[in-house]
Design a protein around this ligand. Sequence first.
Ligand SMILES: Cc1ncc(COP(=O)(O)O)c(C=O)c1O
Length: 382
Amino acid sequence: MRVFLDNAATTPLDPEVIAAMTDAMQNLPGNPSSIHKEGRTARTAIEEARKTIANILNVSIGEIFFTSGGTESNNTALKCAVRDLGVERIISVKTEHHAVLHTLDCLKKHNGTEVVYLNIDNRGKVDLEHLENLLQDSETKTLVSIMHSNNEIGTLNDLARISEICEENNAYFHTDTVQTVGYFPLDFDKIKVSFATGSAHKFYGPKGIGFLYINNDNLIKPFIDGGAQERNMRGGTENIYGIIGMGKALQKAVDNMEVRMAYLHDLRTYLMQKLTENFEDVRFNGDYDGNFHPKVLSVSFPPSAKAEMMLFNLDISGISASGGSACSSGIDVGSHVLAAVGEGAGRATIRFSFSHHNTKEEMDYLTEKLRKCTPVKVAAAV
Ligand SMILES: Cc1ncc(COP(=O)(O)O)c(C=O)c1O
């Protein structure tokens, strides 16, 4: 038995997405930039996917740019804002994904961009008064970069409120929505953002394809020089099959959003109950009973001789989970997110992240296997 509980790292391809991509691979051989029939047919398929994504986010078609994924989209937004929009200061949070944090390090080092981190509490919630004060106290051209959902602990940020604060203070707003596109309704006509990012493999689409939303008011120069693709902004023949797969996956995620989200909530609550009933000194990280993404449950177990080997032992038992963010798995550097919220020292932290394919039986199986890895409650030790 294999139980995949690492869906914040990536999700399996939806069979309908595979079918749409396979069909395109077989029937759309043309280069979308060619003007003959094969080219025009391929172009039409790309533009249909762009329209699907734009409609879902309630933005103009020309505001969606295809990229290789969340990392490229975040890099592009932040680097182009400094290069082309005169941004001299970026305000962000230490719990952002490395695709943002390492980009900020790079901008600081090579462009002299001032980088300021906001205070957060021990659930990873951002201090919005701190943000307001920083913006009110300075005339420096500023971009605020705050993610929607944290990928390790699932804490959600209030995009509507952050957007208002940015608008009131004339600041640009970039948000990494990689974990929430396809899970939460996102309406960028209502909630004004300058940039937002998405990645298909987080919502049952293919890996290596994503998008960047750039609000029309922001005049960015090309980010990859070459051909005239992506309205001159990103040269290179498009990843047509990835784009088609992403459009299909996002449409399906949105069509099934309510049902899938209710299912995730239920499953997560079930696992929380099981863990609390069965194990000693279990802690949940992030804003776990407040404003959270139901896809993610970060759990800390007490220090024990077996704690260090927990992930390894679960894997051997057929369960895939993660020790933090998947993007740094394999390199034991500890989690910057858990460090930022003050959790983790000596304790074993595991991120379980769910999909609508997971079942309560799988949660029972996980609980059973965990009993061999961490102290069991006396009453439950039957
Ligand atoms: C919040 C967040 N941002 C960005 C990324 C990077 O996305 P990609 O894998 O598409 O480059 C991830 C992937 O884990 C993520 O969780």
